[in-house]
Every structure is written in C-alpha cells, then in structure tokens.
Design a protein around this ligand. Structure first.
Ligand SMILES: O=P(O)(O)OC[C@H]1O[C@H](OP(=O)(O)OP(=O)(O)O)[C@H](O)[C@@H]1O
Ligand SMILES: Nc1ncnc2[nH]cnc12
Length: 178
C-alpha cells in the first residue's frame, strides 16, 4: 500500500481531546494488518536510509511503530518513557504538547556513546515531544540525525523546528494535504 492509501485509513476525530483539535487517530491504521505492515515497511526503509544503529520511540504510540521498525531492521529499541516508569536513575525533560504538558525520561545506560539513534513516532504536531526526546538522547551521548513519523501536521510547525535544530524529518503523510 502506498502512503496515500495509508492516509485514507487514518481516522480523524474532531474536538478530541480538546475543542478545536482535529485528532488524527492511528487506531484504524494499526488495526488494518496490511496497512500496518506497509506503514512499518515504509518507516523502516527511511530509518535504514538514515543509517539507524538504534531506534528510539516515545511512549505510548511511538512504541507501536518504533519497536516494529527496530525488529524489521534488526537493531535495538530505546524506550523514551513517561515519568516514573524506569527503575533506574534517569535523564528527564519537561515539554509542552498541542493540548497539555508532560515529561519524558530515558535510561542513559541504554545508549552507547556516538550511537546513531533514529527517532520514530506516530505523529509530529508542535514538535515538543520529538525535540525533548532528541535533547535527552543527545545528552546521553547519541547522535540524532533524523526523526521519522507516520503523520506530520506541518501547520503546527514541529517539523520545521526539528530541521532548525539540525534534525532531518521524514513522514509518510501530512494533514491537511492531498
Ligand atoms: O509534536 P507534539 O506536539 O509534541 O505532539 C506529538 C506527540 O503527541 C502524541 O503523543 P501523546 O503525548 O498524546 O501520548 P500517547 O502516545 O501516550 O498517546 C503523539 O504520539 C506524539 O508523541
Ligand atoms: N492532532 C493530533 N492528533 C493526534 N495526536 C496528536 N498529538 C498531538 N496532536 C495530535
């Protein structure tokens, strides 16, 4: 299936989780066996082209795509977690979302110095989550050249912010758009 076919499977839910937000829901995409496999295949090709030595994914939706991509490439997966979940001393950062704020944490021991880590997530909106993840991974010694998303919401400016921070951005589809 092409990225355009995949876009037709993503569900849009208006006014969730707050009035005015068009929620781009991947539940319908990952529930479609052929579509999910195709999405992971496209993301894995992009991550391989970026020279992935490891994949990092953000809890929770980033785990779905990131872990699948890591398995497909035969590289390790680094979980970027919501607060209080990791059983070791963590590196953490607070960040702002399209509809709230949160905190991300990683185990710094999960990253080898100079390792080329590619970020994979379901969606980029304001870029707050991906920038926070990149900052954490870099602090732990990783090189973060590229971030890859199933969905980009370019009007919210996240991809542009990542590029300004020196991170290449790839996505399978954009909303709104063709
Ligand atoms: O570019 P941003 O404005 O930071 O938004 C994108 C992030 O928002 C969503 O996660 P969310 O924090 O809603 O958590 P979830 O994966 O647990 O649903 C999505 O999965 C991205 O990680
Ligand atoms: N509009 C949106 N749809 C789905 N997930 C999101 N995360 C941040 N903004 C989002």
């Amino acid at each position: 299936m092409t990225p355009k076919d995949l876009k037709a499977i993503v569900r849009t839910v208006p006014d969730f989780p707050a009035p005015g937000v068009q929620f781009r829901d991947i539940t319908t995409l990952i529930g479609h066996g052929v579509g999910f496999a195709a999405a992971v295949g496209h993301l894995a090709r992009l991550a391989q082209a970026a020279g992935a030595q490891a994949i990092a994914g953000m809890e929770a939706r980033g785990f779905i795509f990131g872990a699948a991509v890591a398995v497909q490439l035969g590289v390790g997966f680094i979980p970027v977690r919501k607060p209080g979940k990791l059983p070791v001393a963590t590196l953490g950062v607070d960040y702002v979302l399209e509809y709230g704020s949160d905190r991300l944490e990683i185990d710094p021991g999960a990253i080898a110095a100079g390792e080329r880590v590619i970020i994979v997530d379901d969606l980029i909106a304001t870029g707050g989550t991906a920038l926070a993840a990149a900052a954490l991974l870099r602090k732990a010694g990783a090189v973060v050249p590229t971030a890859i998303f199933a969905i980009d919401l370019p009007d919210l400016g996240g991809a542009a912010k990542l590029r300004a921070d020196g991170i290449a951005v790839d996505a399978l589809m954009q909303f709104p758009g063709d």
